[in-house]
Design a binder for this molecule. Structure first.
Ligand code: SF4
Length: 352
């Protein structure tokens, strides 16, 4: 079940069964505003709905304000060690802050942060990372998942004591099953929205798979209200991977879903090239549609018929389907251009 509480981050509802939002984090330093802006705009074009940026120096606060003024999505400042800086981030325009209870120990300042966040209508993410929990504290628990959840609860109580409840929680570990265990436990003992992620998941290919496995297990059980796929690589890949995960589970219908076969000896067109070209060109499309690109007549017509658009390959040619009906047969050299033209038409169609 989704979180019982709904919070609003910069006006965007999170939790309580609202659409699961996709977020990412800037690679650029906040000291370089122009680089942050370029990166953020690219993420927004890809469908990123919440942007986080690392804030580690008071001198970056004016850039934080400028970044916020330029973006149309919620902006979260990621602050470690110094709760005083988190307070200043909220007063400088950030919609929320992520704090890490594993490295923030000034109880009185955290309470002050809660009071400021309450007065300003901002959000605090209690973002526990297993790697930040002191070793001796971890050793006191039966397992790492319990250590993570207990640390989050301790911080939540501090915030609640100040009358603050605009909270979301993350419990991230690089180990998939530890993360799954922690979120499952948290979903039973807290009502706040959960921000899901597998931290330090790895390079793009491996990290996307690990994230899909971990987040998929949780999301399929109804756990999770906003997600970030953490990848060592282009942030846009994080957003793309997040939407594929959500789309695979039927939780968000956004973008072009490509159904394509692995090809085999029966295939008589250059299917890989065709799929690669189509995949690259359809990335900016936000409207949901299913496009099947199949190598031959064995499964091709069936899949192509079930999709909004489809190709079933033949010898140096392909049969194009639209909404289950054969539209035309096109030579291989013209297949990609023709399919992209039809995709554009479907994008422009009114929803039926
Ligand atoms: S659709 Fe045809 S080419 Fe593709 S894997 Fe199946 S049999 Fe092979």
């Amino acid at each position: 079940m989704p979180s019982k509480k709904v919070i609003y981050l910069g006006g965007v509802p999170i939790g309580g069964g609202n659409p699961i939002t996709v977020q990412s984090m800037l690679r650029s330093s906040l000291s370089d505003l122009s680089s942050c802006l370029q990166e953020a705009w690219r993420l927004l074009e890809g469908g990123c709905e919440i942007i986080r940026v690392a804030l580690y120096d008071e001198e970056q606060l004016s850039n934080l304000s400028s970044l916020k003024r330029s973006l149309k999505v919620p902006l979260v400042a990621d602050v470690h060690f110094v709760p005083e800086l988190a307070i200043k981030a909220l007063l400088s325009g950030a919609d929320g802050v992520r704090i890490n209870p594993g490295n923030m120990r000034k109880v009185e300042v955290i309470k002050e942060l809660a009071r400021v966040a309450r007065e300003e209508g901002k959000v605090i993410r209690v973002g526990v990372n297993l790697g930040s929990i002191p070793r001796e504290r971890r050793a006191a628990y039966e397992d790492d998942a319990s250590a993570m959840v207990d640390l989050a609860l301790e911080t939540i109580r501090l915030l609640e004591d100040e009358g603050f409840e605009n909270i979301k929680v993350s419990l991230k570990a690089s180990d998939v099953m530890t993360t799954v265990k922690a979120y499952r436990l948290a979903s039973r003992v807290m009502e706040y929205p959960l921000h899901l992620g597998i931290t330090e998941a790895g390079p793009v290919w491996e990290g996307a798979i690990k994230s899909a496995v971990g987040l998929g297990i949780l999301l399929a059980d109804g756990i999770g209200d906003t997600i970030r796929v953490s990848l060592t690589g282009d942030g846009l890949k994080e957003v793309e991977a997040a939407y594929v995960i959500l789309r695979s589970l039927g939780l968000r219908k956004v973008g072009v879903e490509i159904v394509s076969c692995p090809r085999c000896g029966r295939c008589e067109i250059d299917l890989e090239r065709i799929v690669r070209e189509v995949e690259e060109k359809v990335k900016p499309i936000r409207k949901y549609m299913k496009v099947a690109v199949m190598g031959c007549v064995v499964n091709g017509p069936g899949e192509a018929r079930d999709a909004d658009l489809g190709i079933a390959g033949g010898k140096g040619k392909g049969v194009i389907f639209r909404k289950g009906e054969i539209l035309e047969t096109v030579s291989e050299s013209k297949l990609v251009d023709r399919l992209l033209k039809l995709i554009k038409e479907v994008e422009g169609d009114e929803d039926e």
